[in-house]
Each structure stands twice: as C-alpha cells, then as structure tokens.
Design a protein around this ligand. Structure first.
Ligand SMILES: NC(=O)c1ccc[n+]([C@@H]2O[C@H](COP(=O)([O-])OP(=O)(O)OC[C@H]3O[C@@H](n4cnc5c(N)ncnc54)[C@H](O)[C@@H]3O)[C@@H](O)[C@H]2O)c1
Ligand SMILES: O=P(O)(O)OC[C@@H](O)[C@@H](O)[C@H](O)[C@H](O)CO
Length: 498
C-alpha cells in the first residue's frame, strides 16, 4: 500500500493491484494557480466541482482555476490535516450498480486554509486578484436564512459577533464581505460568488445573505456588492455518502492507496450552471456541465423529485428498521410510494425542463437510490431535516393546498418525520436526532401523544400549515397509522389506495 502525496502519485497506477481501474493526474500540479476559493470542502465538493476541474486540467485546461479550500468551522481541522498530509490529493471512488469500482486521484485542490487557524490568510487569499470565484457548499443551514420570514437572520449570535466593530471575521458572511471590501478598496474587481448548495435559487439566496450582512456592516460596501458581484445559481447532483472506515479500507485493498480521506460517490453526475461570471470562469461546458441561461427548472426538478424523495424514504425506512437508502428504495412498496409522490405531487409543480424526459429522470432516480454499493445511510438523509423539509417538500405542499391538488404522500412524509423525532424506531431502538432544532423537535414529537398537531405547531419550521384543515386531516391520519400499524403498513395502505 502506498501513501498518497505529490511524490508518490505518479507511481500509484503501476503499483496498484491487477485490474484496478485507477487514474491519477498526469498534469503538472506545480503549474496550477489558484482561481477559486471554495468554502466547505466536504464530501460533495470533492466528488463534484473539484472532479470537474480535475477533468479539465487533465485536458490541459483550467490550469489557472485550481482550488484553495477553506474550512470555516473548527471541525474542518480534520480535513485540513488529511489534505495537508497528501498535498491536497485524494481518491474519488465511483461505485457502479454492478459493483464495478472506478477510482481517480483528484489533483485540483492545490491549497487548504482553516479560517479559525488564520482568518487573515483566508481574507488575503480571497482578496488576491488571481481568485475570481468564491464557491460554497456550506449546507442549507449555512446561509442563515430564517425559514418562515425568508430573511437573513441578523440576530444569529455568530453573525452578530461578526457585525461588531473591529470583529475578526469568523463566519462565511464576515469572511466573504471583508474580502470584498479589501478588493474594492484596492481597485480589484470582485470575485463571483457561486453557491453549490441544494437550495432553490441558491444564487439569489446567497445574494440576499451576503448583501444583508454587508448592509448591516457598511451600507456603501453593500451597494457596491449589489451592483458589482454576480451570484449565479446552480443545480448540482451526485449522491455522495459520508466516507467510512470501510471506504478507506476498500481504497487500500482495491487500489493500493493509503488515503486518509477518500470520497465515494455514485457514477451519476449533473451540474446545471447559470452563466453569469463577469470576471471569467473555467470552461466547465468542456467537462460536461450544462451552462444554461436559466437554472430554475433544473433546480426545482432536482429538489422536489430527488431531494424531497430522499426525505420520503428516509424516515419511513428508518422507523421500519432499515439503515441504508438502497434497502428501502430496492423494495417495490417503497419504490411505488416514491413514484406516487413524484408523479402525483412533485411533478405537477414543475415547469417543463429543457432537454429532460421527466419519466426517464424519475425512473433513474429510483435506480440510483437502489444502488446497493453506494451504501448511503438513512442517518445522513434524516439529518438536519428542519433545513430540508421546509425548502424541498413544503413548497410542493403549499402549491397543492393553493390549487386543490393532492397532498397525501407529502403529509405522510411530514408525519413520518414527526414520528421519527419521537426518538425511537419501531423496534424500540433509540434514534439520534441530528438537527440544530433537535431538542425542541423532540419535545414537540413527544407531546403529540396528547396533541397530534404538536409537531406541526412549530411555525418557525412549518409556517401556517397547522391552520390548513385539509393538510392536518391527512397528516393526523398518517400519524395515527404510523403509531398503530407502523411505517411499512402505512406506506402499503397509501400505495394500495393508488
Ligand atoms: N452529499 C451529497 O450527496 C450532496 C449532493 C449535492 C449537493 N450537496 C450539497 O453540499 C452540501 C454539503 O454536503 P457534503 O456531503 O459535502 O457535506 P459534508 O458534511 O461532507 O461537508 C459540509 C461542509 O460544510 C461546512 N459547513 C457546515 N455548516 C457550515 C456553516 N454554517 N458555515 C460554514 N461552513 C459550514 C462543514 O464544515 C463542511 O466543510 C449539502 O448540504 C448540499 O447542499 C451534497
Ligand atoms: O446534502 P443535503 O443536506 O443537501 O441533502 C441530503 C441528500 O438529499 C443530498 O445530499 C443528495 O444526496 C444530493 O443532493 C444528491 O445530489
């Protein structure tokens, strides 16, 4: 087994076990210059954007668009250490449905900085003229948008600390805004802010977040950001589970690479990107990115079909004793439930999506979820639900409540979340609720023994949904059924009703 770094990478293919499908960067990484600062280098960025850049670099393109990764949170020290020891290199392993493994060492991340270690270094990197894009995968919650008001939450303690006079920036907003201030002061054109998070209108959401923060800090600067900074929207897609020790062992055994933090993903990839980059961008279209004038139809399709379906399968599956997405999606009854949600409730809220056959897209989704080798955990899909359900599923519900359309599948999804947050599965096993609102959601879920609508009464999460009698009737019926007969039978009944 060979350690992974700049010295060894050239010899990895020769020393890999026979038959290993492994490729490594053959471009000269010393020639790369940093053009992108990426905040939130986790699994997804490394399986997606960094992979597209690596693909371009392998063709001799985008050599001035290498990535400087930035960790904003102290917990990113693990990524700092893993990447530092490997000169930014890591292995991306694609797991095909037939069990085939395809590995590529990715070389596009040239540098990594941890903001809590050295905020000044991060600010100067973002302020440097060679950087023309600051991209983000900081999760849905990372934009600090209040669920109900839809406004940037200036009262958030970390944000309030960054707004104080003389504060050393610590949040995404403080760092990006201060870097933009320095560029403006130095006469350097601003970078483009490219959100790659699963949020509808992610460019607009980012614009709102950064300009609201800037307005509270410095009104002139905010006006400059509003007119000068571009915030393209994007739809990004590749199921990327959390890396496990088994994945590390697999990379060692099957490819002979000792990688501290490889990333595994499904083979499917998609990226639709709005073409608004006043200070330039890599030729992403040459790597298979759909560079389009309007991303919204693609975003809605993905969030309301793929991501909302993830929520549709994760709670019922977990309650029924499953722990992986494929165990659920691979069963006919759950696959029919997902397809029922997609066909009756998700799809009617969508506009036509250029170049996409939705029937084919939905069939492919079920196949992707059912890929057993990807081993995506239900725990990953159940996490931070209070950031996901309101953004992905509730817009579908509200559409149908306003137009008299069907809501039964979505009501069952919300009820299954409420049942999940009671904190035990149907076999009595404890559930660890991972959510920034975990305590309050758990308390509300327990209170539904006396008040079936207790969970839905949280207006910060659900807005006025609790006031809609059609929704509450479907929701309480689903919740009763989940309590009385369990998740699988409840899903079976809904599927049987057609
Ligand atoms: N994993 C996937 O399948 C997938 C697919 C498409 C899109 N995405 C998008 O990428 C995001 C990240 O997914 P991932 O799989 O890389 O997760 P991850 O947990 O591997 O990485 C998340 C990164 O975001 C950072 N982060 C979290 N909250 C933050 C905050 N408040 N401020 C600054 N940084 C913060 C973390 O420190 C970490 O670096 C998702 O939330 C989603 O929007 C993920
Ligand atoms: O990562 P999140 O929080 O946006 O959502 C969980 C999953 O639905 C998501 O990661 C999907 O796997 C992904 O969006 C597929 O492209």
């Amino acid at each position: 087994m060979t350690a992974l770094d700049e010295e060894t990478v050239g010899s990895l293919v020769a020393s890999a076990p026979d038959g290993a499908d492994l490729t490594v960067p053959t471009y000269d990484r010393d020639r790369l210059t940093t053009g992108i600062v990426h905040l939130g280098v986790g699994g997804f960025h490394r399986a997606h954007q960094a992979m597209y850049l690596d693909r371009l670099m392998a063709e001799g393109k985008a050599l001035d668009w290498a990535v400087c990764g930035v960790g904003v949170l102290p917990g990113d020290a693990r990524m700092r250490d893993a990447l530092a020891a490997q000169d930014g290199l890591y292995t991306l392993v694609l797991k095909h449905p037939d069990g085939r493994l395809e590995a590529r060492v990715i070389g596009s991340i040239k540098e990594y900085l941890l903001a809590p270690d050295d905020p000044e270094a991060v600010l100067e990197k973002m302020a440097s003229p060679e950087v023309r894009i600051v991209s983000l995968t900081v999760t849905e919650g990372g934009y600090n948008i209040h669920h109900v008001t839809g406004e940037f939450d200036l009262a958030d303690p970390a944000v309030a600390a960054d707004l104080a006079d003389g504060a050393v920036p610590a949040t995404t907003f403080g760092l990006v805004t201060e870097a933009l201030r320095r560029r403006r002061e130095r006469g350097v054109p601003p970078f483009t802010v490219m959100s790659c998070d699963n949020i509808q209108g992610n460019g607009e959401v980012a614009r709102r977040a950064f300009t609201t923060f800037a307005r509270a800090k410095d009104a002139d600067l905010a006006a400059w950001i509003e007119t000068e900074v571009a915030f393209p929207s994007s739809m990004v897609d590749r199921i990327t589970p959390v890396t496990t020790d088994a994945d590390r062992a697999l990379v060692a055994e099957r490819f002979g690479v000792d990688d501290a933090w490889p990333v595994v993903a499904e083979p499917f990839e998609q990226w639709a990107l709005e073409d608004t980059f006043p200070t330039g961008r890599p030729p992403f279209e040459d790597a298979g990115v759909q560079v389009v004038p309007d991303v919204e139809p693609y975003e809605l399709m993905k969030l309301r079909l793929l991501n909302a379906s993830h929520q549709a399968l994760c709670y019922v599956g977990y309650l029924a004793g499953h722990r992986y997405a494929h165990e659920v999606a691979g069963q006919d009854v759950y696959a029919r439930f997902l397809r029922g949600y997609m066909d009756r409730e998700g799809t009617p809220t969508l506009e036509p999506v250029p170049g996409i056959d939705l029937d084919q897209y939905k069939a492919t989704l079920i196949e992707r979820f059912a890929n057993p080798h990807v081993a995506d955990t239900l725990a990953r899909l159940c996490a931070e639900s209070s950031d996901r359900i309101p953004k992905w599923l509730l817009p579908v519900v509200r559409h149908h409540l306003a137009t008299g359309g069907p809501i039964e599948h979505a009501a069952l999804v919300v009820a299954s979340w409420a049942r999940y947050d009671e904190g035990t599965d149907e076999a009595g096993e404890p559930i660890e609720i991972v959510d920034r609102l975990a305590d309050r959601l758990h308390r509300a879920a327990l209170a539904q023994a006396e008040d079936p609508l207790a969970f839905l009464r949280d207006r910060e999460v659900f807005g006025d949904l609790v006031d809609d009698e059609r929704f509450t009737a479907a929701y309480t019926a689903a919740l009763d059924a989940l309590h009385e007969q369990g998740a699988r039978a409840t899903v079976e009944d809904l599927v049987a009703r057609g």
